[in-house]
Design a protein around this ligand. Structure first.
Ligand code: ADQ
Length: 478
């Protein structure tokens, strides 16, 4: 019997076949889409006044169709910049101090989920496997049910799911979690996220945790499991020995003039702990005189969501902090911190990782963090670098045996760990790297995708009637 068709829904779609650019998500999905054939549906990235009546844009790539819709400028503000990135993103990353609630964001978010679901539904077949991704589309599943789709419906959250005590600060928290219950399978990055979700269902919605990762709320029984995302580790380790990687590695070694290089690679986002990391590096230089002049920090931080004020402020703060530390410690022939906001190809990035004796992955909170896994995959196993990993990154669950775990809020702890990493004997580096290679090379992007789809495929295709009843009730709002 042939495998069911895969339909992927995510905010941005692709790339499907550009192996030089695709990250973990795209690699895993593109593989599965190529093999099964399918449809990848989402936002085009464009905002246009005529979006409400606009056509779906389609592109065929072999067995896979990419289909996208535009947003209106109002939808871009309310759905993407508003509810998704001013409300849900900070909230799910435990940053109540940065959350903005606005009724109009909420209404636009639901309207976009509904509009996208109504456009997608006529293209679905009841035996498809529909897999919806991330916080932009919490309510898409419920809307697809409303639009008559009865087949298997899965959801994966790429970012953390915060504890119920935090999530209930969202005025529509009950509605959103009830909407998630329209999916048959809800996937999380880690067991911690899964347990937070189950705790919400139990404590806030009067549900019950059942055996085999299932949770019951009213008549709905949904499976909620952890599926840690991975990378194409073999592919990435090949990138690391490509000529392009070699050029970058050599260039960095020349610039460092024998000093060890510490690298950080993150989208410029307040969840990544970039400023906190710079303060940890400052503490290293402040408290350990012998390190002055003897180590370089390169922070690569491509700009993201630059339209949002919090992100613009973060950029200013990052640059000011780096400038201050440089002003305080630089000498004629040494500048401690270099900041770059450029994007690199995957091969160039792999070379940068390989040149770095230490990689700082110190988010304040992160769903997984693929940079940690890429760094491990790019190392020379005979002379590897050291990963400093935040205890608040999802990747901790798989990498804690080999990484040096740090608390990103504590500059003394960061400084100590940095010193330990920079002076770590080769034998210990090799032992630690080896402990991280195993999970990185076995828990790949393809494996992540296959295990999710296997679990989704195991759901009986016919959903009970009550699952198509309306899921939003005005009385749920609080
Ligand atoms: P992100 O928050 O974007 O992802 P991360 O997992 O680290 O975080 O992925 C970032 C990706 O961007 C990596 O593949 C990295 O190589 C790439 N990248 C960063 N800087 C780059 C640069 N300058 N040039 C080129 N590429 C660059 C969200 C969640 C994470 C989760 C992923 C996947 O926030 O927790 O791990 O989704 O589920």
């Amino acid at each position: 019997m042939s495998e069911p068709r895969l339909v992927v829904v995510s905010n941005r779609v692709g790339p499907l076949d550009d192996e030089g650019k695709a990250g973990g998500l795209a690699v895993g999905l593109a593989d599965a889409l190529r093999r099964r054939g399918g449809l990848w549906f989402g936002w085009s990235g464009d905002a246009d006044e005529g979006a409400l009546t606009g056509d779906i844009k389609t592109e065929q790539h072999g067995t896979t169709e990419l289909a996208t819709l535009d947003l209106t400028p109002e939808e871009l503000d309310g759905f993407y910049l508003g509810y998704s990135n001013r409300s849900l993103w900070p909230l799910l990353h435990y940053r109540l101090d940065l959350v903005q609630f606005d009724r109009s964001f909420d209404a636009t978010y639901r309207a976009v989920n509904k509009r996208f679901a109504e456009r997608l539904a006529p293209r679905l077949r009841q035996d498809d496997l529909v897999w919806v991704h991330d916080y932009h589309f919490f309510t898409m599943g419920a809307e697809l049910r409303q639009a008559g789709y009865l087949g298997r419906l899965g959801f994966f959250l790429h970012i953390p799911f915060c504890p119920p005590e935090v999530f209930t600060a969202l005025p529509a928290s009950h509605d959103l979690v009830r909407a998630l219950l329209a999916y048959d399978l809800v996937g999380f990055q880690t067991e911690t996220d899964r347990l937070n979700f189950v705790a919400f269902c139990v404590r806030e919605l009067g549900g019950e945790a059942l055996a085999d990762d299932r949770v019951r709320v009213g008549d709905r029984i949904v499976r909620a499991s952890a599926f840690p995302i991975g990378i194409d580790a073999e592919g990435f380790s090949r990138f690391a020995v490509s000529p392009e990687a070699g050029e970058h590695e050599e260039m960095l070694r020349d610039i460092a003039k024998g000093r060890p290089l510490v690298v950080g690679v993150d989208r410029l986002d307040y969840t990544k702990g970039i400023v906190e990391r710079l303060l940890g590096f400052e503490r290293l230089l402040e408290t350990r005189e012998e390190m002055r002049g003897g180590v370089n920090l390169l922070q690569i931080a491509p700009l993201s969501r630059a339209e949002l004020e919090t992100y613009a402020e973060l950029r200013t703060e990052m640059e000011a902090t780096a400038g201050r530390v440089n002003g305080r410690f630089a000498s004629l022939d040494w500048t401690p911190i270099q900041i770059m906001t450029t994007g690199f190809t995957r091969r160039a990035l792999a070379g940068i990782y390989r040149a770095a004796r230490v990689c700082l992955v110190t988010p304040l909170r992160d769903g997984m963090n693929l940079v940690a896994k890429e760094y491990v995959a790019a190392q020379d196993p005979g002379d590897p670098g050291v990963l400093l990993l935040s205890r608040f990154a999802g990747a901790r669950a798989e990498l804690e045996e080999g990484a040096l775990l740090v608390n990103p809020y504590n500059p003394d702890n960061l400084a100590e760990a940095l010193q330990r990493a920079l002076t770590m004997p080769k034998a210990e580096r090799i032992r630690r790297h080896d402990a991280m290679r195993r999970p990185v090379f076995s828990g790949t992007a393809t494996r992540w995708c296959e295990s999710f789809l296997e679990a989704l495929g195991a759901v009986p295709p016919d959903v009970p009637e009550e699952a198509s009843a309306p899921l939003f009730k005005a009385s749920d709002r609080h």
